[in-house]
Design a protein around this ligand. Structure first.
Ligand SMILES: *Cc1c(COP(=O)(O)O)cnc(C)c1O
Length: 455
């Protein structure tokens, strides 16, 4: 192969007239195309200067146009849609809960127009749509009051900051957890200005441990859901009722950070209603874990406490935007009007083995028809998002074999839409539990395409 020289590079004006580049002008603004084209040429020039082996095919107008198009991708490459074939329902890296179609539409409508976000239509004065969320949440959980913020980390922080800054918060050593994405209870407490008063031991904490720790400086007892881990063996944890009673006797608050927060029974998770009924003054939870809504943090509990949170200056920095409010309200409405099965994350978590096996068979049929050899496999899915860590969800899917599974998986990931499964041993596994209704044809096509390219 003869080495390319600088003068072999096509001139910009010639490229601009080439058919492949012409086509880019139809899709992108001229200035952006020229800019990207210049970058591609500058790169090639640098490589030639360095003495790199640049194949002649790399400077063909079609190749340069292709590279230019790749660089222009940034204009369109927002969040790429992913078909989740991991079997992990609340996959934090993939955006946790998928919204119900009507909740996604509600968010889009709120985003694309004006709404009564902070407007009372009757009086024509300032109002708040948080009132509407509060009444929906009240119906679903029995909470007298509620406030929604951007995420549960913010909810925990706001509560501690407002009620325990400069004073002590008592917490069991067994509950100083770290949640994915580096949310660590001790760090959040420190940042909030509350002094961490750890009690008990890693595996066992008793009521008397809390009792002995309560003093003049105590602001609250905090109980944190262990979320992503379970303790087994010689363990003891104090029940919420007992802590609520102790807090009341001692004149301090009892706060419970539930993390996932299930509105309906799921696995061995206590429902939010049950936790509130057991006497917590304030409960905090996520909107996009077991609730199945948008990213949000929800504080539920006593009216005068929630009112204080609403007045806190910090709340302003944490208040959710209109699209979140619209999506959350619609998700809650679905629970009340149509039941939890209308919420995709809940439907996935509760899908039966029979349903999943039928869906996996159908995927296998589509793949085989497209020339992709694969087998039906029994799998174990998970809730994810730090929820129900001990509960494995018996699931079904298809397994692909082959030489270069990593290569195949990468091709799937970088495709449009992207497909994410998992590799176990010598197999690429696609779990159908987390594949949304209507995505199966696309999934089969994407796999067939990647399989053919990888062959
Ligand atoms: C997940 C979780 C959080 C953080 O919630 P985000 O909504 O992710 O901010 C806090 N506490 C517990 C116990 C959790 O499980």
């Amino acid at each position: 192969m003869a080495d390319l020289r600088m003068r072999d590079l096509p001139a910009l004006h010639r490229l601009l007239a080439a058919a492949d580049v012409e086509e880019l002008f139809g899709r992108y603004p001229r200035t952006r195309v020229r800019e990207a084209l210049r970058e591609v040429l500058a790169d090639l020039r640098r490589r030639i200067e360095r003495g790199d082996q640049v194949p002649a095919s790399a400077i063909a107008p079609a190749a340069i146009a292709e590279e230019t198009r790749r660089r222009l991708d940034y204009l369109e490459d927002g969040l790429r849609r992913v078909i989740n074939a991991t079997g992990v329902v609340l996959h934090t890296n993939l955006g946790r809960a998928p919204l119900a179609p009507s909740a996604a539409r509600a968010a889009a409508a709120a985003g694309g127009g004006y709404s009564d976000l902070e407007f009372d239509r009757e009086s024509g004065r300032r109002g708040s749509r948080q009132d509407h969320l509060e009444s929906l949440l009240g119906r679903l959980t029995g909470a007298p009051a509620a406030l929604v913020v951007n995420n549960n980390a913010a909810a925990v922080f706001l509560v501690l900051r407002t009620f325990a800054a400069g004073r002590e918060t008592v917490i069991s050593r067994g509950e100083l957890v770290e949640i994915g994405g580096s949310f660590r209870i001790p760090d959040v407490m420190r940042e909030s200005g509350s002094l961490l008063r750890e009690v008990g031991t890693t595996n066992r904490t008793h009521l008397r441990d809390y009792e002995q720790a309560i003093g003049a400086d105590t602001a609250a007892l905090l109980r944190v859901h262990p979320s992503n881990f379970r303790q087994i063996g010689f363990t003891a944890r104090v029940e919420g009722e007992e802590l609520a009673a102790l807090a009341q006797r001692s004149g301090v608050l009892f706060l419970e950070d539930l993390g996932s927060g299930a509105l309906v029974p799921l696995g061995d998770e206590p429902t939010v209603a049950a936790v509130l009924a057991s006497g917590a003054d304030l409960v905090t939870m996520s909107g996009d874990k077991l609730l199945g809504g948008p990213q949000a943090g929800i504080v539920l509990g006593r009216g005068e406490l929630v009112a204080q949170l609403r007045r806190a200056p910090l709340y302003r920095a944490m208040r959710p935007d209109k699209m979140t409010i619209a999506a959350l309200a619609e998700t809650l409405r679905l629970y009340l009007m149509e039941g939890p099965a209308a919420v995709p994350a809940l439907r996935m978590l509760r899908a039966t083995e029979d349903e999943l096996k039928a869906a996996a068979r159908s995927l296998r049929r589509k793949l085989r028809r497209a020339g992709v050899p694969c087998e039906l496999v029994a799998l174990e899915g998970r809730a994810g998002g730090g929820s129900l860590p001990e509960t494995t969800l018996p699931s079904w899917g298809v397994a692909l074999g082959g030489e270069d599974l990593e290569g195949l998986h990468q091709r799937l990931r970088i495709g449009h839409p992207s497909v994410v499964g998992r590799i176990e041993g010598e197999r690429l596994l696609l779990d159908v539990r987390t594949v949304l209704p209507g995505e199966d044809d696309e999934l089969a096509k994407a796999v067939a395409r990647a399989y053919a390219l990888n062959a």
